[in-house]
Design a protein around this ligand. Structure first.
Ligand code: ADP
Ligand code: ASP
Ligand code: MG
Length: 406
């Protein structure tokens, strides 16, 4: 008898019919002898709908209120699923994050889990009741509802699997049946990856592959929780995300990812003197804005341009902060460009192969795609390009590294 965590994403519980189907699936798993703890996302589109409403009543909604509002999406799907299971004659009970003791820090919309008690889950499992947990949320030490950021129900699932020492964490998807070499909605001949290391999956997720939330992969790697991404409806084998690196596919590049959720800020005519970068990025960090790539041009006559990228959702704050600094640091101007995309290739094989970057740049050049910024790590290379070429770049790189189906 295994203890399993099942996580159903927004598309899998997107309407009442699908909720009934998921209820059947959960009941079948229990009938085959396993204990199942279920985590659900909000019904597809619900979080966006709530977010939009908040912005209709306020131009800058308070983060505390926003978190309470957004957490309700997952509560709706959790309670509906519990009712659907009950109506089949089985015992089920839904819980909020607070009720299962998910304690977080106080950073709204990007809260990190500090502790999980899971007492009520253990109690339910012992009594043979199927627990359904509303994903994406916890409670701060001050007692306020917090959420984990977009896609955060994956974090709930992995964290509960770890806290309960579950045998497996299965993340069910409706629109894809596993992790692919590229987003299959962009690259039709993308290939399903059977097994992928935490390291590569973490890079892919952080670089914008929507299929798993990056912090859930970070969590899984840290506590060694195997994640199995599988199709909700149907029988596909899916993708295993694990730490064992034997039997991994021996390839140079495993995946291609694009992310249009980036914006570029350029501070023009900055004095090239020690301490200036610390001043600028210190102020930006104070506002909680995450900076990704940074480039500073060679200075001419003591003046230089500094460009950096931030998530699009933070671009207005980033622009305001840097604009306010222009005078103080004696710079000339700040420019914001939201029409950019980051295109990346990921693969542990890069550690032992040379010429990967050259091949990437050559493939883009052949399509006349101009590279605006570059950053590299041991297992990834990212380029910032004009967003209108994002899909073309992904397909081109996918072909250049022969990632498609044979
Ligand atoms: P859920 O509703 O289950 O949370 P998501 O919408 O968060 O599902 O994630 C699935 C989406 O991720 C798919 O629509 C797919 O197009 C996209 N995606 C992006 N990159 C990849 C990839 N490399 N492999 C699989 N899916 C991907
Ligand atoms: N409902 C949240 C979102 O749409 C969290 C999740 O789906 O995992 O981002
Ligand atoms: Mg998701």
């Amino acid at each position: 008898m295994a203890l399993l965590v099942h996580k159903y994403g927004g598309t899998s519980v997107g309407n009442l019919e699908k909720i009934r189907e998921v209820a059947k699936k959960v009941v079948d798993a229990c009938n085959s002898g396993d204990h199942v703890v279920v985590v659900v996302s909000a019904m597809a589109g619900e979080t966006d709908r709530l977010f939009k409403m908040a912005h209709q009543v306020s131009s800058e909604p308070s983060q505390r209120e926003l978190d309470l509002l957004l957490s309700s999406g997952e509560r709706i799907s959790a309670s509906l699923l519990a009712m659907a299971i009950q109506s089949m004659g089985y015992r089920a009970i839904s819980f909020t994050g607070r009720q299962v003791g998910i304690i977080t820090d106080s950073f709204h919309f990007r809260a990190r889990i500090k502790k999980i008690t899971a007492d009520r889950l253990k109690e339910a499992i012992e009594k043979g009741i199927i627990p359904i947990v509303a994903g994406f949320q916890g409670i701060s030490e001050k007692g306020d509802v917090t959420t984990f950021g977009r896609g955060g129900s994956d974090i709930t699932a992995v964290a509960l699997a770890s806290a309960l020492k579950a045998d497996r964490c299965i993340i069910y998807k409706d629109d894809v049946d596993g992790v692919y070499t590229a987003d299959p909605s962009v690259v039709p001949n993308a290939r399903r990856i059977k097994k992928i290391s935490y390291e590569e999956m973490l890079e892919m997720a952080s670089l914008g592959a929507k299929v798993l939330q990056s912090r859930s992969v970070e969590f899984a790697a840290k506590f060694n929780v195997p994640i199995h991404v599988k199709p909700t409806f149907g029988e596909g084998e899916g993708t295993l995300v694990t730490g064992e690196d034997e039997e991994m596919e021996e390839v140079m590049v495993s995946g291609v990812i694009s992310d249009k959720n980036q914006a570029k800020l350029t501070i023009v005519g900055v004095h090239d003197r020690p301490g200036i970068a610390a001043d600028i990025f210190g102020k930006i960090a104070e506002e909680g804005v995450n900076v990704d790539m940074i480039i500073q041009n060679v200075s001419e006559k003591g003046l230089t341009d500094i460009s950096f990228t931030v998530p699009k959702s933070d671009s207005k704050i980033g622009f305001r902060v840097t604009k306010n600094m222009v005078e103080k640091i004696g710079a000339q101007d700040v420019k914001l460009d939201e029409n950019i995309a980051k295109v990346s290739i990921v693969g542990v094989g890069m550690k032992s192969h040379s010429g990967v970057a050259a091949k990437m740049f050559a493939a883009m050049a052949k399509e006349n795609i101009n590279i605006i910024m570059i950053s590299t790590s041991e297992i990834k290379i990212s380029c910032v390009i004009d967003s209108k070429y994002a899909e073309l770049a992904v397909r081109t790189l996918h072909d250049a590294f022969s990632l498609g189906k044979q």
